[in-house]
Design a protein around this ligand. Structure first.
Ligand code: KG4
Ligand code: ZN
Length: 388
C-alpha cells in the first residue's frame, strides 16, 4: 500500500484544526485552536463569531501543524478538508483555504464528511497502536454537540460504507449537556463541566424518563421489490432537558442559579473547586442524575442495536465520547456482552483535523479527489440511511 502524507483541515464548528497524518495511521502533528473563550459569554456557538475566529486562526494553525510535523506545503501529498456537516460560514473558511492551497501547490484535494472523520479517529489510533485486527461490521456511535448517530460501518477494499441505523429525533446528546449546563448557570461548553461535577452528586437522587424509540423502517430503499423491515434505534433528548427545567422551577433553584452564573462570570478560569463551592447538594445531585440518565440511554440503545445487527466491534466517538461515565459504562456493559469497544483518546474525541486527514487516506488511495468548485454542505449526511 503506498504511503501518503496528508494535511487535514477542520473548521466545521468552533475549533480550527490542522493536522498532518501519514497513511491514516501515524499522527505527525495535530493542532487545534479552540474558540471556547469567544463563545463562552453567549452560552453557545455564535456562527458569525465562529467564522471570524476561523479566519484569524487558519493560517497560523496550518503553519504550526506543518512545522510540528517537519513538513512543508510542498512535501505533503494531498490536502483534505471537512465538507460538512457543520456551520456553513465556518466550513467555508476551511474549504476556501484548502482550495487555495491545493490550487497553488497543484496537490489533490479531498473532501471529508465530518462524521466519517469521527469514526476514523478511532481507526487512526488503533492502527497507530498496532491493532489492525478489528473485526467487521462495526457499529459506530457518533455522539457530539451536533449529532447522535449510529452507523453500521464496513470496509470494502480501500473504501468504507456507512449505513445509518439510528439518530436523534431532536437534540443531540452534547446539545443536551450544553443546554442543561447553561440552564444551571454552569457555563459553556457544558459537557466537560457536567462530566467533572457528576461524580460529586448522587446519580440516583432524581429519576428522569428517557424516551423509548425503537421502530421498524418499512420504506423501500430503492432495491427492486424490496421493502426494508430493518429496526432503527433513534434517540430523543429534548424531553430530559425540559424535565431538568421543570425540576429547577418546582424546586425554586432560579435565584441560586443566577447567583452562580454571576459568580462564575467574575472568575477568569473557574476550577473544579470554584464550581463545587458554587453548587449546592441539590444541584450536584441533579447534574449527576442527568448524566446517569443520558449515559444509560446512550449505552442501552447502542448495545441493543449492536445485538440486533450482530456486530463484531463497537466504536464510540465524538465530543461526548470524552465523558468518563459514558466510557466506563460502555466498557463495562459491552464487556458483559463480549463486544470489544473502542474510543478515541479524549483529545481525538472532540473536533480535530487528524481524524479528517485519516479519513482522507482511503479516498487518496481510491483517487477520490474533488474539483475546485466543490462546495460546503452544511447538512451533509453520511452514507446510506435507514432513516424514517
Ligand atoms: O465533536 P465535538 O467537539 O463537536 C461537534 O461535532 O459537535 O463535540 C462537542 C460536544 C459539546 O456538546 C460538548 O459539551 C460535548 O461534546 N462534550 C462532552 C464532553 N466533552 C465535550 N460531553 C460530555 N462529557 C464530556 N467530557
Ligand atoms: Zn464533531
Amino acid at each position: 500500500m503506498p504511503d501518503a502524507t496528508i494535511l487535514g483541515i477542520e473548521s466545521s464548528c468552533d475549533e480550527t484544526g490542522a493536522a498532518v497524518v501519514r497513511s491514516g495511521q501515524q499522527i505527525l502533528s495535530n493542532v487545534v485552536a479552540s474558540q471556547i473563550a469567544t463563545h463562552q459569554p453567549y452560552g453557545g456557538v455564535v456562527p458569525e463569531l465562529a467564522s471570524r475566529e476561523h479566519l484569524r486562526a487558519i493560517i497560523p494553525v496550518v503553519r504550526q501543524a506543518l512545522a510540528e510535523a517537519q513538513q512543508t506545503y510542498e512535501s505533503v501529498d494531498a490536502i483534505a478538508v471537512t465538507q460538512g456537516p457543520g456551520l456553513a460560514g465556518s466550513l467555508l473558511v476551511g474549504i476556501s483555504f484548502a482550495k487555495a492551497l491545493a490550487f497553488a501547490l497543484e496537490k489533490p484535494l479531498i473532501a471529508v464528511n465530518h462524521l466519517e472523520g469521527h469514526i476514523h479517529a478511532v481507526l487512526l489510533e488503533q492502527r497507530q497502536a498496532g491493532n489492525s485486527e478489528l473485526e467487521f461490521p462495526v457499529l459506530a456511535l457518533v455522539v457530539s454537540g451536533g449529532h447522535t448517530h449510529l452507523y453500521l460501518a464496513r470496509a470494502e477494499g480501500n473504501s468504507w460504507t456507512h449505513e445509518n441505523v439510528g439518530h436523534t429525533r431532536d437534540d443531540a446528546a452534547g446539545e443536551a449537556f450544553d443546554k442543561v449546563a447553561k440552564l444551571l448557570g454552569l457555563g459553556y461548553p457544558g459537557g466537560p463541566i457536567i462530566d467533572r461535577l457528576a461524580p460529586h452528586g448522587d446519580s440516583a437522587a432524581v429519576k428522569f424518563q428517557t424516551s423509548q424509540i425503537k421502530h421498524r423502517d418499512r420504506r423501500d430503499h430503492g432495491r427492486p421489490g424490496a421493502v426494508s423491515d430493518q429496526p432503527r434505534f433513534d434517540f430523543s433528548y429534548s424531553g430530559i432537558k425540559t424535565a431538568v427545567l421543570r425540576y429547577v422551577e418546582t424546586h425554586q433553584l432560579g435565584p441560586a442559579i443566577e447567583a452562580r452564573r454571576q459568580a462564575l462570570s467574575e472568575i477568569e478560569k473557574p476550577m473544579l473547586d470554584d464550581y463545587l463551592h458554587l453548587c449546592g447538594r441539590e444541584t450536584l445531585d441533579l447534574v449527576a442524575s442527568f448524566q446517569r440518565s443520558m449515559v444509560e440511554d446512550l449505552v442501552t440503545k447502542t448495545l441493543a442495536a449492536a445485538r440486533e445487527y450482530d456486530v463484531e466491534t463497537l466504536f464510540v466517538s465524538g465530543g461526548v465520547a470524552a465523558n468518563q461515565e459514558l466510557r466506563a459504562t460502555f466498557a463495562r456493559e459491552a464487556e458483559m456482552q463480549g463486544l470489544p469497544v473502542f474510543f478515541p483518546s479524549r483529545s481525538l474525541s472532540t473536533d480535530n483535523a487528524a481524524m479528517i486527514a485519516a479519513a482522507a487516506f482511503p479516498k487518496f488511495l481510491a483517487q477520490e479527489f474533488v474539483p475546485m468548485n466543490f462546495s460546503a454542505e452544511a447538512g451533509m449526511a453520511l452514507g446510506g440511511s435507514r432513516s424514517s
